[in-house]
Design a protein around this ligand. Structure first.
Ligand code: AMP
Ligand code: MN
Ligand code: MN
Length: 346
């Protein structure tokens, strides 16, 4: 593989992959245990796809069904009204050796944290994802890099299983679709995406209420925190081969001073990436004294997934991320260096 950003996901699942996935669900014994897992620090696609799919399995009669993600079992406030939250259990309460494990929106095993052992203890491991950088770590991999969200893949599998979309299933899949397409603004927003949105809306879900909850509601402390963090944004016009880099950072102390939870920082990148003078934007978010969760976005001149993969993370051309170590300045220096390499290799 000469191009790490191209990953090994190719052009998406073939009919044999779909047939294997359908059989893995259809052939489950009546008393089967099914464990759903989404990636660490779950976003709308991870949680929405997992819970929507879970409610679909419940409709099919799967009774022993649990959903989880690695790390503290805290659901970010924007997702606390999602249907199917009753499926969620803490990481330590996941089935130790389920008949079937299904992974959502995780590009690699490392995104499953301490739950990675379930890939080995489960009877079958099914991976649903849409990252080009996916390492194809399941026994069955439904990985479509052209899909706008993991929920696109999840909905197709549900349809092939004969599940009828209802409002509960649809809300999770819709939250997933709107978060990963930036509310239908990003490049991956194909006619098929709008057709899926139409099928989901036809169940009667309320897009205005859902969007307000997911995108447009945050505590006042978060508004003030954003103000501070935006004020320290830096523009480096010469970076990324002259395409420009804009970046900022937020520390654990910033969160503590404003009494905010880390999830509020997820929306920061959207305020930074609108900078006209920069193709690449980035937010460096402290998660431990020496560890940073990095969000990167591109307008197209640079493939940020190359940078992320080179630094141990993953993602897509226009949106990618990785875990950085050291100081915030160290992390940004590593990004600058990889941006230059990505351009040379482009
Ligand atoms: P985010 O900036 O967190 O919204 O993530 C943007 C994209 O990068 C998503 O597709 C994520 O799945 C991916 N991503 C973010 N962080 C990581 C990471 N540490 N490892 C692999 N992929 C990541
Ligand atoms: Mn995700
Ligand atoms: Mn996704």
């Amino acid at each position: 593989m000469t191009d790490p950003a191209a990953g090994v996901a190719g052009t998406g699942p073939d009919e044999a992959d779909w047939a294997a996935a359908v059989a893995a669900v259809r052939d489950l014994p009546a008393d089967a245990q099914v464990q759903l897992i989404c990636h660490v620090n779950p976003d709308g696609d991870a949680l929405g796809s997992m819970l929507g799919f879970g409610l679909g399995l419940r409709q099919l009669g799967v009774r022993q069904l649990r959903a989880t993600f690695p790390g503290p079992p805290e659901v970010p406030e924007p997702f606390r009204a999602l249907p199917g939250l009753d499926l969620l259990v803490a990481e330590q309460d996941a089935y130790p050796a389920p008949d079937l494990v299904v992974c959502f929106d995780a590009a690699s095993e490392s995104r499953l944290g301490g739950l990675v052992d379930r890939l080995a203890t489960a009877g079958t491991a099914l991976v649903l994802d849409h990252h080009a950088s996916n390492t194809m770590f399941g026994g069955i991999n439904l990985v479509d890099p052209r899909a706008a969200a993991t929920s696109v893949v999840a909905e197709e599998l549900l349809a092939r299983l004969g599940v009828r979309l209802d409002a509960g299933i649809a809300e999770g899949l819709y939250v997933a679709l709107t978060t990963d397409t930036g509310s239908f603004r990003f490049e991956a927003t194909t006619p098929a995406v709008h057709e899926l949105a139409a099928r989901l809306l036809a169940t009667g879900i309320r897009p205005g209420d859902i969007s307000r909850r997911v995108f447009d509601t945050r505590p006042f402390g978060a508004v003030r925190l954003f103000g501070e963090v935006m004020c320290r944004a830096r523009l480096e016009p010469a970076a990324a081969g002259g395409n420009g880099l804009v970046w900022t950072y937020a520390t654990l102390d910033d969160l503590a001073r404003h009494d905010q939870r880390p999830y509020v920082l997820e929306a920061l990148i959207d305020s930074v990436r609108c900078t006209a003078e920069a193709d690449v934007s980035c937010v460096v978010k402290q998660v431990r004294p020496d560890e940073w969760a990095v969000s990167m976005r591109s307008k197209g001149a640079v493939d940020v997934s190359r940078v992320a993969v080179a630094l141990g993370g993953g993602g897509h051309k226009f949106a990618a991320g990785f875990t950085g170590r050291g100081s915030a300045d160290d992390v940004v220096a590593s990004i600058r260096a990889e941006l230059d390499k990505a351009l040379i290799g482009a």
